[in-house]
Each structure stands twice: as structure tokens, then as C-alpha cells.
Design a protein around this ligand. Structure first.
Ligand code: NAD
Length: 356
């Protein structure tokens, strides 16, 4: 066994159907007496429920959380929080709402409790990506990590199927890259394999019936595991590519992940132990890149970057950008093989693991 480092993040988890009813108890446990409730305009009814449960412990709400955590939105929420004299943050929603809570925590040091309603996994990480004047800056700091998480399966039943699929594949991508991360360790590898397995089993069931509570449970369990992996170890080629593509061509986050992932797995076929674990977790006899591609097709996820609006002329630009300042990766990140990868991802062709 190779030498490794492992740090436990002190996040309390409460998992289960109907667990939102414990919100008041969990908020009190953190010593919060005057909370700000955060969500998106689409999830106002969730803020209503939270306020009902919190009673006098909720003193103000901000329901304008937005994708990519723009600093202007954070400043508006922060001003409201200061005006109300809050001493804690309650974030209910997906990665956008949780990002806003993290941005407030970063600037105030206030404790956060999160109630995730997608599978993105941000609730389990000390990572925050903020946009300011069109530029995204990502940082990792302990103060950003939420202190408690309530995973209430019931709140995920309303997540539309397409968003469930792409959000789930986005989560799988965190676990895949954790398996071949430069700082991978035996514990995150166990979590990663189980996280991929959970989604590989849950997503096809959700595809058949999006209201299947037991499948939703399995998916949310996977979200916890995959989010934990993202919070513990560094990411590699796949994330570098997705950030480059998203930032340069304004492509949607989760959809881009679901197109690139099989190709990133193919590129990194040299990472033998990780590949074995991914194939085992997917339950496939094929090379894992093809197994992942087949799962994505079965789930009806988008297959081609061109369908998201990426111009063909952008392939070379993306390869240049991704090859510059590359993340650590099991196989060197080089322009020519990246061009080949991006051409296939752009056109929606299957990955070619046998070429690597
Ligand atoms: P999101 O939070 O942007 O939500 C997308 C939409 O779905 C919103 O309109 C939201 O109101 C709605 N929604 C959420 N849950 C719902 C539900 N259960 N039912 C019905 N509608 C629901 O989407 P996301 O994919 O969770 O988050 C994406 C953002 O999170 C990106 O900005 C990404 O960069 C960030 N992210 C950050 C980290 C991190 O560790 N910092 C990790 C993963 C993702």
C-alpha cells in the first residue's frame, strides 16, 4: 500500500425520508438562533416549509440564489444578513443555493446547515467557485465547508428526470476522478466505488420511474459519497476539460460533464486499478469508458458537445486551453490526444479506449 494522507471533515449528516422535520433541532445543535434561509426563485415553497419549521429561529430569507455564485448576488444577500443580525445560514436547494451559503460563510465565518435537493455534492466540500465580472475563481478553505447536512429523499422527488440524470453523472465524475487522483487514498477509493455503484443502479431505475422513492434514496446516498470524494481529493483531466469548455463556450455544467466523462475515462485507461473499480461499480464487462458511454445513452443524457452549442472551431481552442496549466493526471495531458478526444465528444461518437 502506498503512503497516503487523510483528513476527516467534521460534517454532521442526517439522512432519510422526511428528515427535514429535524431542521430546527439541527440548527439549534449548531448554536444558531437567528438564521437566514436561502434558496432559488424556483424553490420558494421549500423556504416556506423551512421557515415554518424554524419559527422564530428564522429571521430573514433570500431567494435569489443563482448559478455560478455571482459576487453581486452574494453582496445583496450579505447586506440582508447583516441588516437582520443573523448568526447562521440555512441553504435549501442545489449547488447554486449551497454556493451562495458558502460565499456568505466565507465572508462572515457563520456556520451553515445545508439541505441539498440535487446530486451535485457541493454540501460535502470546502470548495467555492465564484464569478466576478465574468471570471470564475475557485478556492478551497475549511470555513467554506458546511457543518451539517440534511439529506431528505422526499425533497428530490420533484427533481426533473433530465436534471436527475445529468446531476447524477456529474456526481459519478467526482468519484471517477477521485479513484485516480494524485492524492487518492484507500478510504476515498472505497467511497468512490460505492458512490458510482449507487448511481449506476439508481439512475436506470429513476429513468423508468422518476418518483421511485427507493431509487431516489440510493441516488441521494450516492450523492453523499461522491460529494465526499470531491471534498477530500483533487480532480484531474475531466474537471479541467469541463471547466475549460463551460467557461469558454458558456456550456451548461452538468450536461457538459455527462458528455465528457466517458471520453475522460478512456483517456485515463492507463490508471489500471481505478479502471477495474469503475468497471466493477458499473457492473460492465466492457472497458469502463464504453460501459459509462452505454449508461449515458441508456439514460438519454446528451451525447455531443455540438448539441450544447459548442462551435467546431472551438475544439482546437479548448485543447490548447486544457493543455495549458494542466491538473495532475494519470496520463500526461497533451494537445494532440486531447484534440482527438474533443472531436469525438463534440460529434457524440463513442470513446476509443483501445487507442490509449
Ligand atoms: P442548481 O442548484 O443550479 O439547480 C438547478 C435548478 O434546479 C434550479 O432552478 C433549482 O431551483 C432547481 N432544483 C434544485 N433542486 C430541485 C428539486 N429537487 N426539484 C425541483 N427543482 C429543483 O443545480 P446543481 O447542479 O445542484 O448545482 C450546480 C452548481 O453547483 C454549479 O454552479 C456548480 O459549479 C456548483 N457545484 C459546486 C460544487 C462545489 O463543491 N463547490 C460541487 C458541485 C457543483
Amino acid at each position: 500500500m502506498q503512503a497516503f494522507q487523510f483528513e476527516n471533515a467534521a460534517t454532521r449528516i442526517r439522512f432519510g425520508s422526511g428528515s427535514l422535520v429535524h431542521l430546527r433541532e439541527e440548527v439549534a445543535r449548531l448554536g444558531i438562533t437567528r438564521a437566514i434561509v436561502l434558496t432559488t426563485p424556483q424553490q420558494i415553497s421549500l423556504a416556506d416549509r423551512a421557515e415554518e419549521l424554524l419559527g422564530e429561529m428564522s429571521v430573514t430569507r433570500f431567494t435569489q440564489a443563482t448559478m455560478h455564485t455571482p459576487v453581486t448576488v452574494t453582496q445583496a444577500a450579505l447586506a440582508q444578513a447583516r441588516e437582520a443580525g443573523v448568526d447562521g445560514i440555512v441553504s435549501l436547494g442545489g449547488g447554486s443555493t449551497i454556493g451562495l451559503g458558502k460565499a456568505i460563510a466565507l465572508r462572515t465565518g457563520l456556520p451553515q446547515i445545508t439541505v441539498p435537493t440535487t446530486y451535485a455534492g457541493s454540501e460535502m466540500t470546502p470548495i467555492l467557485g465564484e464569478t466576478d465580472a465574468g471570471r470564475k475563481v475557485t478556492q478551497r478553505q475549511p470555513v467554506i465547508q458546511p457543518r451539517a447536512v440534511i439529506y431528505d429523499v422526499d425533497l428530490t422527488l420533484s427533481l426533473p428526470l433530465a436534471a436527475s440524470v445529468t446531476s447524477g453523472i456529474n456526481a459519478i465524475a467526482h468519484a471517477v476522478e477521485a479513484l485516480y487522483a494524485v492524492d487518492a487514498n484507500p478510504v476515498t477509493s472505497l467511497l468512490a466505488e460505492e458512490g458510482i455503484r449507487s448511481f449506476a443502479q439508481a439512475l436506470p431505475r429513476l429513468h423508468t420511474d422518476p418518483k421511485d422513492r427507493s431509487a431516489r434514496e440510493q441516488a441521494l446516498y450516492g450523492a453523499w459519497l461522491c460529494g465526499t470524494c470531491l471534498g477530500q481529493v483533487g480532480m484531474a483531466l475531466h474537471h479541467k476539460l469541463c471547466h475549460t469548455l463551460g467557461g469558454t463556450f458558456d456550456l451548461p455544467h452538468a450536461e457538459t460533464h455527462s458528455i465528457v466523462l466517458p471520453h475522460a475515462i478512456a483517456y485515463n485507461a492507463v490508471a489500471g486499478d481505478a479502471m477495474g473499480r469503475i468497471a466493477r461499480a458499473l457492473g460492465t464487462d466492457q472497458p469502463p469508458a464504453l460501459g459509462m458511454f452505454a449508461l449515458c445513452r441508456q439514460l438519454g443524457a446528451p451525447a455531443a458537445l455540438r448539441d450544447l452549442g459548442m462551435p467546431e472551431a472551438g475544439i482546437a481552442q479548448a485543447a490548447d486551453l486544457a493543455a495549458a496549466n494542466p491538473y495532475p493526471n494519470p496520463r500526461p495531458i497533451e494537445r494532440d490526444p486531447l484534440m482527438a478526444l474533443l472531436r469525438r465528444a463534440w460529434a457524440g461518437s463513442p470513446p476509443l479506449p483501445e487507442e490509449t
